[in-house]
Design a protein around this ligand. Structure first.
Ligand SMILES: [Zn+2]
Length: 341
């Protein structure tokens, strides 16, 4: 499997920021790491990621370790969102609407008020090509599961909030956030691609235009040089020299086109740069799932910010999903996304 290019530049950035040297190519990163960093990342001091060596993909353990190192330096703000109202009843109707369990039966057994923590992660993207474009994207998620919560980045500000002063942060926030941040970065990558659509199209248009101009230029040059061959004042040596030059034109043109492709190649770097973490009072909705002869009880979260049930994450690939496919593994119900099922 090929490594994700954005993740390779993310890795290169983490290496360099922590005293390593990194060189990124199309499909891999070569790096020399200081011993301490190599140990933290559980990598050799001289390492290649991608390009036939260790691939760098969403969900891979090496990415988790890179994220852990990178997020140690992200400025964090902790707070609490005050919600005026928590839903008391009628959760049954939300099953099949907010979350669908295909082929399985789901029954609400009880509810309880609880506290959940969410994060809005801000990532900076930089796209490098013939021009440079940069900006910010935000993705929100439930911290312990890593489920991406649509529009959380705008919803939270509609409520009143309290920011905890450093040293007074309550101990409700989970420590391990690698999966959540990995999911958020994946979401940020999709958002970045959307934001860069015009930029990417414009670079492609310019490349097509320049390639077309180059072809026309060389075609005109060839014609001109060919017609000059018939002039009588050329010595035999000059004549041979021109023929050789004409023969070399296709190679020269291919080289020019290759240079243009390099010039307009787009490299996108994405890195997390700030995080807002907050506690929210939510409702845990206990649900008993029956599938074949098995049952399993899980809790869903009714989120007062979005006023709906939060999505779940696939228990295999960690992708956020509202369409849950129960399957049996080791006499136990596992909840999977559509593609894993
Ligand atoms: Zn899945």
């Amino acid at each position: 499997m090929d490594s994700v290019p954005e993740l390779l530049s993310f890795a290169a950035h983490v290496f360099e920021k922590h005293g390593g040297m990194a060189e990124q190519d199309d499909n891999h990163v070569m790096a020399l790491l200081p011993p301490g960093l190599a140990q933290t990342l559980d990598l050799p001091e001289e390492v290649q990621l991608g390009g036939g060596a260790m691939p760098l993909l969403y969900g891979s353990p090496v990415l988790d370790r890179l994220i852990r190192v990178a997020t140690e330096e992200i400025p964090l703000v902790f707070g609490r969102i005050e919600v005026p109202y928590l839903k008391k009843a009628g959760f049954e109707q939300l099953i099949g609407q907010d979350i669908v369990f295909t082929n399985g039966q789901a029954r609400v057994t009880s509810r309880a008020e609880a506290r959940a923590s969410y994060m809005v992660l801000t990532c900076r993207y930089v796209a490098l090509s013939d021009e440079r474009k940069e900006g910010l994207v935000e993705a929100g998620m439930h911290e312990s599961t890593g489920a991406i919560i649509e529009d959380l980045e705008t919803l939270w500000s509609e409520f009143s909030s309290e920011i905890y002063t450093p040293g007074k942060v309550p101990p409700h926030f989970p420590v391990h956030l690698e999966k959540a941040i990995s999911n958020a970065m994946q979401k940020a990558r999709v958002l970045t691609e959307e934001k860069l659509t015009d930029f990417i199209n414009s670079m492609r248009r310019r490349l097509r235009r320049d390639v077309k101009n180059t072809r026309e230029y060389y075609e005109a040059l060839r014609k001109e040089m060919e017609s000059s061959l018939s002039r009588h004042n050329l010595s035999e040596a000059q004549h041979q020299e021109r023929i050789a030059k004409i023969k070399d034109l296709p190679r020269e043109m291919a080289q020019k086109i290759e240079d243009l492709q390099q010039k307009y190649k787009i490299q996108v770097r994405l890195k997390p740069c700030a995080a807002l973490r907050f506690l929210v009072d939510v409702v845990y909705v206990m649900v008993e799932i029956r599938f074949r002869k098995y049952t399993r009880t899980i809790h869903l979260i009714w989120n007062p910010l979005s006023r709906r049930l939060d999505p779940l994450v696939c228990e295999q690939c960690h992708k956020t999903t509202r369409s849950v496919h129960p399957s049996i593994e080791d006499s136990r119900i596992r909840l999977l996304c559509h593609s894993c099922a």
